[in-house]
Design a protein around this ligand. Structure first.
Ligand SMILES: [Zn+2]
Ligand SMILES: [Zn+2]
Ligand SMILES: [Zn+2]
Length: 736
């Protein structure tokens, strides 16, 4: 009998692989270590997930592994279990799931842990009184940290954000010295309670206090914290975090993708004097791997990250918080199409700890869970401090005169706001100058040759751009179809809006915020600083503006194109429109100044819009839940979308027809189980490929899951599966 190793490898195959242990020391073969193995004629790094006595394969088919790369498991049992669950639930190749849980750097063969420098006091430094360096606060900070901890590595000091110059200055004075060594696996000494709070927590109002008191720290429970912008959700997070830290626990804080993390980080650093690390895509691979290790060995006490951070090993995890839980970026839209929110629920459940989901505009999924009693619903109705909710008004664009972009009323309100020395935000969810270029003579439109989409006209610099495949073209001087010498920009984008406002208000700074203008890493932070100075200005931007940033001097928000959401081909369109509208409105009047929100619409009487404006998001969302129930849509029904793409449309359609047939054989349609499709996707052609989809939904999630298991196995045997790109999206968030 020999030892068989079950290894997860990053391949698109939906299975694990078996290897022989070879000459490896059996004690080193613990699930969770990385191994290097031969695979065909390649060498791959995989994760050892199990050890067995017998194999399903004949012994001569098995090959020994090359090497064990870690002396101890780097993925602990709870993360292995989470990966297993995710692979199973999302019907995804398991190797890719385990692989995704590792930071990029650890996906390669790297064995020796990197050397680092450890800093400690010299005898002279140790003798120095505690306050001796208080005239130089940065040196004083290091002095105190070393008095407290004895010895700290470079990585530790980085966590505390200490100045390198101060470190060198202390070394020059021979007060401290560094020595090279391997990084510790030992967590830093636990900190005592006073040291954990760098600033005094804010006084909570009664509503906030009730919410904080209802959280129980020793058991699993998901809480939905629903509170309007400015109602003080963050302060509740900070209180909950303090409680967890004081109990010796680590905290995982998940935030949406764009821009939020640095802002949150600063807020947290001001409050907690404990090591805090970030895990998101703006951090270089090396630093990310270091941060990941600090989380995994327990030295980092708070981890702030985007969706992938849900897989981070945390030995003392005591609390998970997911802020802006409705945000689309928590769902990965390619590869492993997982929802970090749903995985966080599973992780909290298995770890038996609380999970806090926060939002001013909860997703219908979470709201439904709260209304059904599966989540505990914590509601904040009041704005914290002196801030008042903004006044919302519609501008009927059928009656109002406009300059093509902004109504006369909006222009006048902007002028008055600027004259009072306040700031204005104009929200338009299209970047570029105009969404299309048109010949008024023959009707020619600039279309992308690779996608069923129009090319966006940009003015800075002047070019045509496809936002779906990135195709770029110069702007033709005359109509390519009829040679008419003039082409017209049709519709409006951020650049056009910026140009019009700059022309109307030449003395005022107009700042554009979209993917194009915010390309630089620090662009958002720079913008924040500029706004804080408080000069009157106009911000023009896309939904990037709606993501939780704090603009205390903005008192007027103008929303230009909210109507699209009401008539979207995606059943989530109205939900997203409502969330966006409330999130943008929440940017106005957060300080002591009251805010005004103007909605330009051609549909001022639309019942959903009226409901949203009169009774607020909660009533609006409950009404959408009713509609979804009648339409047998999520969250009441569980749904999967099977997508297929091919350069030949008939391949994608025929493939999905076969999938449909297999599905029907396995489970006939019924009042509880439905098939829809194959249908063309909302964008039928993208990057030269035709896109079709098949929807399957069932009133019960478990039944859909068991059908999918059988279905996926059979799909892989369809010959056409080799000729199309296909994927499975469970609980799809984006139907485009
Ligand atoms: Zn023409
Ligand atoms: Zn563009
Ligand atoms: Zn394109």
């Amino acid at each position: 009998m020999s030892t068989i190793l079950i290894v997860a490898l990053p391949t698109p195959l939906r299975r694990l692989f078996e290897y022989l242990a070879g000459q490896q020391d059996p004690s080193s073969l613990q699930p969770g270590v990385r191994v290097e193995v031969p695979f065909g004629n390649q060498t791959l790094v995989g994760v050892l997930v199990d050890v067995a006595d017998t194999s399903t394969l004949p012994a001569d088919k098995l090959r020994p592994i090359h090497a064990v790369l870690d002396s101890a498991p780097i993925l602990p049992p709870d993360i292995l279990a989470l990966c297993r669950w995710a692979a199973d639930y999302y019907q995804h190749p398991p190797g890719e799931v385990y692989h995704a849980a590792l930071p990029t750097q650890l996906r390669k063969t790297e064995t020796a842990p990197p050397q680092t420098t450890f800093w400690r006091h010299t005898t002279k430094g140790k003798g120095l009184p505690e306050q001796a360096l208080k005239r130089s606060p940065k040196q004083q900070q290091i002095h105190q940290l070393l008095l407290q901890h004895g010895r700290l590595s470079d990585a530790d000091l980085k966590l505390f954000d200490v100045s390198r110059a101060a470190l060198r200055a202390l070394a020059d004075k021979e007060l401290i010295c560094g020595e090279r060594g391997e990084p510790d696996q030992q967590p830093a000494a636990p900190l005592n309670a006073e040291l954990m709070l760098a600033e005094t927590p804010q006084q909570l109002n009664a509503e906030q206090q009730t919410a904080v008191d209802r959280i129980r720290y020793h058991h699993y429970q998901t809480y939905l914290l629903e509170g309007a912008t400015g109602s003080g959700k963050t302060e509740i997070y900070l209180h909950a975090i303090a409680r967890s830290l004081q109990a010796g626990k680590q905290v995982l804080m998940l935030v949406p993708e764009i821009g939020l993390a640095p802002q949150t980080l600063n807020r947290f650093r001001n409050r907690f004097r404990v090591p805090i690390v970030q895990l998101h895509s703006h951090i270089a691979d090396g630093e990310r791997a270091n941060n990941w290790r600090a989380a995994a060995n327990g030295s980092a006490r708070i981890v702030i990250g985007t969706r992938l951070a849900v897989f981070t090993p945390l030995p003392d995890l005591g609390l998970i918080i997911l802020d802006e839980e409705h945000d689309l970026s928590f769902k990965q839209q390619e590869g492993l199409r997982y929802s970090a929110r749903d995985l966080a629920v599973m992780r909290a459940y298995k770890a038996d700890i609380p999970l806090l989901l926060g939002s001013a505009t909860p997703s219908l999924e979470s709201l439904q869970n709260a209304l059904a009693g599966r989540y505990e619903h914590l509601i904040l109705t009041k704005r914290a401090g002196s801030a008042r909710p903004p006044r919302m008004e519609t501008v009927d664009m059928r009656k109002e005169g406009s300059n093509g972009v902004l109504s006369a009323r909006a222009m006048e309100t902007i002028r008055q706001t600027l004259a009072r020395g306040e700031q204005v935000l104009v929200f338009i969810n299209r970047r570029g100058f105009a969404p299309s270029l048109l010949c008024r003579h023959c009707g020619w439109v600039a279309n992308c040759t690779a996608c069923s989409a129009r090319l966006t006209l940009h003015s800075q610099p002047c070019h045509l751009h496809c936002h779906h495949c990135d195709l770029q073209r110069p702007v033709p001087g005359k109509c390519p179809s009829c040679n008419y010498p003039e082409l017209n920009a049709l519709g409006q984008g951020t650049e056009r809006c910026e140009a019009i406002l700059q022309q109307q208000f030449p003395q005022t700074q107009v700042l554009r915020v979209d993917q194009d203008s915010m390309r630089r890493k620090s662009a958002m932070a720079d913008l924040g600083r500029q706004l804080e100075q408080g000069e009157p200005c106009i911000l023009v931007g896309t939904q990037m503006l709606a993501k939780g940033h704090h603009f205390p001097k903005v008192t007027l928000a103008v929303l230009l194109d909210i109507d699209q959401g009401l008539f979207s081909g995606d059943f989530r369109g109205p939900e997203r429109m409502g969330q966006q509208l409330i999130q943008v409105a929440g940017r106005a009047g957060r300080g002591d100044l009251p805010g005004t929100v103007l909605l330009q619409t051609y549909q001022p009487d639309h019942p959903l819009l009226q409901l949203l404006l009169r009774e607020g998001y909660h009533a609006f969302a409950r009404s959408l839940l009713q509609e979804r129930m009648l339409a047998r849509l999520p969250p009441h029904w569980a749904m999967v979308v099977i997508r297929a793409e091919s350069k030949r449309a008939e391949n994608a359609v025929d493939f999905l027809k076969e999938v449909l047939q297999i599905g029907r054989d396995l489970r006939r349609p019924s009042p509880e189980h439905a098939y829809l499709g194959p249908l063309p996707a909302l964008m039928e052609k993208r990057n030269h490929r035709y896109r079709f989809q098949l929807q399957i939904s069932n009133a019960r999630r478990a039944e859909l899951q068991s059908l999918l298991k059988n279905l996926v196995e059979r799909i892989e045997t369809i010959p056409l599966a080799q000729r199309v790109r296909w994927n499975l999206d469970i609980d799809p968030q984006d139907m485009s």
